[in-house]
Design a protein around this ligand. Structure first.
Ligand SMILES: [Zn+2]
Length: 142
């Protein structure tokens, strides 16, 4: 408990959390650009939908989460590291984040939404990313 209290005021960790949580990450911006180029209309950071999807179109019933690999702890991804300092804190934090992500996606699907999770590391293969996003467009509900 004492260690946990000390963690709360760790300035390095606070700075890291602030950085990884910020809105309008390069990934979100790029995914938005690609969607626009594909003729997909969307709103950003839709707070009225479960999990506040980064991009969503309510009438077309699709939502996209643009996830940072570190914060959302992408499976088998080199960017999904666990800081050695306070490793247990981070491991628990990542597990909670992933659990919450899965729950929000399930809620959206329950509302009839198609949900796409785009990962930060996918920026390395832009063509593949464009293809994934265009599949979403092709599958649109009339
Ligand atoms: Zn990744």
């Amino acid at each position: 408990v004492a260690a946990g209290r000390r963690l709360k005021t760790d300035p390095r960790r606070s700075a890291l959390m602030k950085r990884v949580r910020q809105r309008g990450t390069p990934l979100e911006v790029e995914v938005g650009r690609i969607c626009t180029s594909l003729g997909l209309r969307y709103r950003r950071n839709v707070k009225t939908l479960p999990g506040s999807p980064d991009l969503a179109n309510r009438s077309r019933r699709w939502a996209i989460f643009a996830h940072g690999c570190f914060w959302h702890h992408h499976d088998d991804c080199g960017l999904a590291t666990v800081p050695t300092r306070n490793a247990r804190f981070w491991t628990e934090k990542f597990a909670a984040n992933r659990e919450r992500d899965a729950r929000k996606i399930a809620q959206l699907k329950g509302l009839g939404f198609r949900v796409l999770v785009v990962w930060q590391c996918e920026l390395d293969d832009r063509r593949r990313l464009v293809r994934r996003l265009s599949n979403l467009g092709e599958a649109r509900i009339a």
